[in-house]
Design a protein around this ligand. Structure first.
Ligand SMILES: [Ca+2]
Ligand SMILES: [Ca+2]
Ligand SMILES: [Ca+2]
Length: 259
């Protein structure tokens, strides 16, 4: 009977230890200045938290907070509701996630007076796009080139926030994945009462040690996010290498002649 009780206590302890951790594991904040601001005060500044693009509606509902990377997993946090958008402005929905392995054109340097909300060739220099599908929270990765068509942000003055969405062209890499949508986050560390996140974009297809830029905006280009970091090897690769090395060492030790 005592043994049964001990077993029960041990099982309960195991259950407690393996309870799901509720805090989001976002990893490092990899956000860089989007170079799309003209003033250094208030909501039109060089920071990203509580910042939108110059002259745009300034509120937490439009605020994009940051890009994050945990190993090879990319995430985004926003006061902007990535899934529902802003009530009454649903057409300015979430765009796609653009990835560049070189330096893309972004911010004011991307301005050239192209018509607003136009389908244009990808002159921004991005190499891949994660085409987001919010009906089933999935994404498809396309390899894109300068002839791939993308949509610019709706407002011409926000062209520095472009591109917004993938349209056509390029090559379907066959890489697909699922992302997670999180709402009502309260512990992100950013200013503002409500926060949302998209997590789980796997960038391991870029290859180990690849430096990349990430870009995202919504249809109006009211705010845009830029991120920069390097894809790292999976920890399991390290473990496998370490384990392999250890086995080799053991094997050599066993077969080494005794002195
Ligand atoms: Ca904020
Ligand atoms: Ca922002
Ligand atoms: Ca911004």
């Amino acid at each position: 009977m005592k043994q049964m009780l001990r077993l029960l206590i041990a099982l309960l302890m195991c259950a407690c230890l393996s309870a799901p951790v509720l805090a989001l594991e976002l990893g490092s904040d990899i956000t860089i200045y989007d170079k799309n601001s003209t003033a250094e005060t208030g909501w039109y500044s060089a920071q990203e938290d509580d910042e939108v693009e110059p002259g745009m509606a300034a509120s937490q509902a439009w605020d994009l907070e940051g890009f994050f990377l945990e190993q090879n997993s990319l995430s985004m946090v926003g006061g902007f509701n990535f899934k529902a958008g802003v009530a009454g402005h649903e057409k300015y929905s979430s765009g796609d996630i653009f990835i560049s392995t070189g330096t893309p054109e972004f911010g004011v340097s991307a301005l050239s007076g192209v018509q607003d909300n136009s389908s244009v060739k990808n002159r921004y220099g991005y190499d891949y796009v994660l085409d987001l599908n919010f009906s089933d929270d999935s994404y498809t990765v396309y390899k894109i080139d300068k002839n791939t068509h993308v949509l610019t942000a709706y407002y011409l003055q926000n062209e520095g926030s472009s591109p917004w969405q993938y349209v056509s062209g390029g090559k379907d890499t066959g890489i697909e994945g699922q992302f997670l949508f999180h709402s009502n986050l309260t512990d992100t560390g950013f200013l503002g009462t409500s926060h949302y996140a998209l997590t789980g974009f796997d960038l391991s297809f870029l290859g180990h040690d690849t430096e990349f830029y990430a870009h995202f905006t919504m249809g109006c280009g009211n705010d845009n996010l830029m991120g920069q970091d390097t894809v790292v090897p999976e920890p399991s690769t390290f473990l496998l290498l370490a384990a392999g090395g250890g086995l080799l060492w053991l094997a050599r030790r066993k077969t080494a002649p005794e002195n």
